[in-house]
Design a protein around this ligand. Structure first.
Ligand code: SF4
Length: 257
């Protein structure tokens, strides 16, 4: 009989909130002023850079965008661009054919429907080609941190925006047992419930930096980790059985489709 898969440790909502607060404070003291890692000079550039960052490192995106934006500095110019030229410029980011189509189509829609501006509105953003909730949340986080004019800087009112959930945020949220879910939308909901809205933008950035430096995918440094006292995965060197169990379940679901 196969061994029963271990579940994530159960804990009360109050205890999880306290733990989250302690993790938040530790991350704040390590990263007091986190910045958006994708280079940009305006919402349009960050929108394009974020679309390019899918399945690709920020460093690679930052290497290709200076020339891309030198050739096509506005939505109007990118909307009229030759697709082959765009593909060549962004080729190092991978999936370059789909991405070139997405950023050119997106620029066309910005010109046609939004007067060449990036709309500061979740619903309008996610209706653009190549733009999902994660990309839109990156823009809202940057708008808050960099005080973009015309964009919301205060998350205390419900406006449909949330928390950026990328691969690092997903991995760390599960290792830290802040969520039991695998799906970004559900992880986002769990984090939004645990954190005050004014922390949403910077919390995910801090997790992303921490995921690159300490809690990496392959070799988490649990022995010297400043979060270890609040992390149930520390006892498993970062590979807790509940994550293996979910990975297997996800693989089985995919295979049965
Ligand atoms: S203790 Fe290990 S698994 Fe937990 S946050 Fe730190 S590095 Fe990641």
């Amino acid at each position: 009989m196969p061994a029963k898969a271990a579940a994530a440790p159960e804990e009360s909502e109050i205890r999880r909130r306290r733990r989250t607060q302690a993790i938040l404070e530790a991350l704040k003291s390590r990263y007091p002023d986190p910045q958006i890692p994708l280079h940009h000079r305006c919402p349009f550039e960050l929108l394009v850079a974020t679309i390019l960052s899918a399945q690709c490192t920020d460093e690679t995106v930052n290497r290709v965008t200076p020339e891309l934006f030198r050739r096509f500095p506005t939505p109007e110019t990118l909307a009229r661009a030759d697709l082959g030229e765009v593909e060549e410029l962004i080729r190092p980011t991978g999936f370059y054919r789909q991405k070139a189509r997405a950023i050119v189509e997106c620029s066309r829609r910005l010109v046609k429907d939004h007067g060449g501006q990036v709309p500061p509105d979740m619903e309008a953003l996610v209706s653009l080609p190549g733009v999902g909730r994660k990309t839109a949340n990156v823009l809202f986080a940057a708008a808050e941190i960099e005080r973009w004019p015309g964009w919301p800087h205060d998350r205390s009112r419900p406006d449909g925006t949330g928390i950026v959930v990328d691969t690092h945020v997903t991995r760390l949220s599960r290792r830290l047992n802040l969520t039991e879910h695998l799906e970004p939308d559900r992880i986002e909901q769990d984090l939004m419930r645990l954190l005050p809205p004014e922390e949403w933008s910077r919390f995910s950035l801090r997790l992303i930096y921490f995921g690159r430096e300490v809690c990496t995918a392959r070799s988490p440094r649990c022995g010297s980790c400043p979060l270890r006292q609040w992390c149930p995965s520390a006892a498993y060197a970062g590979s807790p059985p509940w994550m293996a169990a979910r990975r297997t379940a996800a693989r089985r679901t995919r295979q049965s489709r």
